[in-house]
Design a protein around this ligand. Sequence first.
Ligand code: C2E
Ligand code: MG
Ligand code: MG
Length: 298
Amino acid sequence: SAEDILRDADIAMYRAKEAGRPSMIFDRQMHQEILDALNLETDLRTALDRGELLLHYQPIVDLETMKIAGFETLARWKHPERGVILPAEFIPVAEETGLIDRIDRIMLIDACMQLTRWRALPGGADIFVSVNIAASEFLREDFAEKTIGAVTALGAPPDGIVLEITENTLLHDMDATAAIMERLKKAGLRVALDDFGAGYSSLRYLNRLPVGLVKIDRTFIRALPDSTSDTGVIRAVISISRNLNMDSLAEGIETTQQLLWLRESGCRYGQGFLFSHAVEPSAAAAFVGRTLTTPSQA
Ligand code: C2E
Ligand code: MG
Ligand code: MG
């Protein structure tokens, strides 16, 4: 029908705009993708109301001492029919529909409560927790105030909270980002640059912004220790971080070889399947105060 044709033309037009192309030819797959996204959105709304969002925590290790230093909060969705869905699938939908603000708030509140618990455990006095924050959330006018307010209201120690943002956040508005980061820093919270090196990394903003932690993207770590171009980049990031008084963290450590190389290079923290996947809060608590065994030089 004429209506169907107009609808399909519309879909193709929006796709073309998204892709920054002058035109695009419609195919059925485009329509199906929109239906899928709509279903996912409806499901996600219900999921949040029903408490189907799971909060998992991945241990972060101090590479020199091998002590557990903190945890990253990672969302999982326990779908009643499909089982556990990973964030790569639902975070983009949540970002497009604005549901991300509810998700990030749920994550922050739980992280604050876990942190208070962990800090009271033996060996947990310096534990920190990091929470991923979507760019759209971080750049909201009231983000800093609301976040500081929530941390205070929950009685969590602000010096144990790390907010992870990606380089995309900085691309939007450097001055606004700097102002938000200064406000957070004043309240004692730290900001981490997540997936560093994966996007349009610029050294210009590193020294202009109060960044506390630089998380080196796992695509660089994956190449260790064989690719000389990647080892060069990692070494440079570790050394720049140190000179600017920021901590460095390597994401996605999967092998003992990678761990040994990173420790040798002076990277402060590490995170990856070699140590642990993201686990439930009760299992995370069991990590607090532990020192992992140091692998011997192979
Ligand atoms: P991210 O913040 O860079 O999180 C690290 C991702 O790397 C996690 O995937 C983690 O499971 C995975 N990972 C950790 N160690 C290893 C390893 O040794 N090898 C490999 N191959 N992967 C490893 P996950 O949980 O699927 O999360 C993917 C992304 O989704 C996160 O990337 C983050 O950007 C986003 N995300 C997760 N939870 C939230 C949330 O609550 N709010 C927001 N805004 N984003 C979230
Ligand atoms: Mg992260
Ligand atoms: Mg990351």
